[in-house]
Design a protein around this ligand. Sequence first.
Ligand SMILES: [Zn+2]
Length: 164
Amino acid sequence: MPTKLSEVKQLFRQEVRRIWGKKVDDYIIMNYVVVEDKRAAMSIGGAKRPRAIGNTMIFMTKKHTLYIAPRTLNYNRAKLLALIRHEVIHLGHPLHNKEFFRLCKQFGAMLTEESYKTNLPPYRAQIKQGSRYKTIKRFDDELKAYNWLKPYCIKHKIRGRILI
Ligand SMILES: [Zn+2]
């Protein structure tokens, strides 16, 4: 049975409390929209870019909209919850940066939908081949990925990058 929108709302607020605390949960006004989106399973939008350090909110917008693709209502509970946590962390960290992924790990949020689906390690070490980058190895840990890729690139005199 698909998850009801009312349950998604409840889970979202529960996770806001758990990750950001009661003050943030009391402060924000959430709007929920179920809309088809091929790219993002869920996305969140606010008027201004928030600022947070770890899970301490420094500045945030009052009103937010959570866009929910209908397919996510058919996810199993664990996957849905991991996805909701990902969006809740975006309340304070709009970018997929180091800090964002650190919180994802801390609070059991989905890092990327691909890594959740395939169970593959999320960090991809890539090397440049012509005008394209090609994944040559995957890692669970960003630092390990860099520590592996850097000497590899120096040795082979090629460009590389780490993606998540
Ligand atoms: Zn995201």
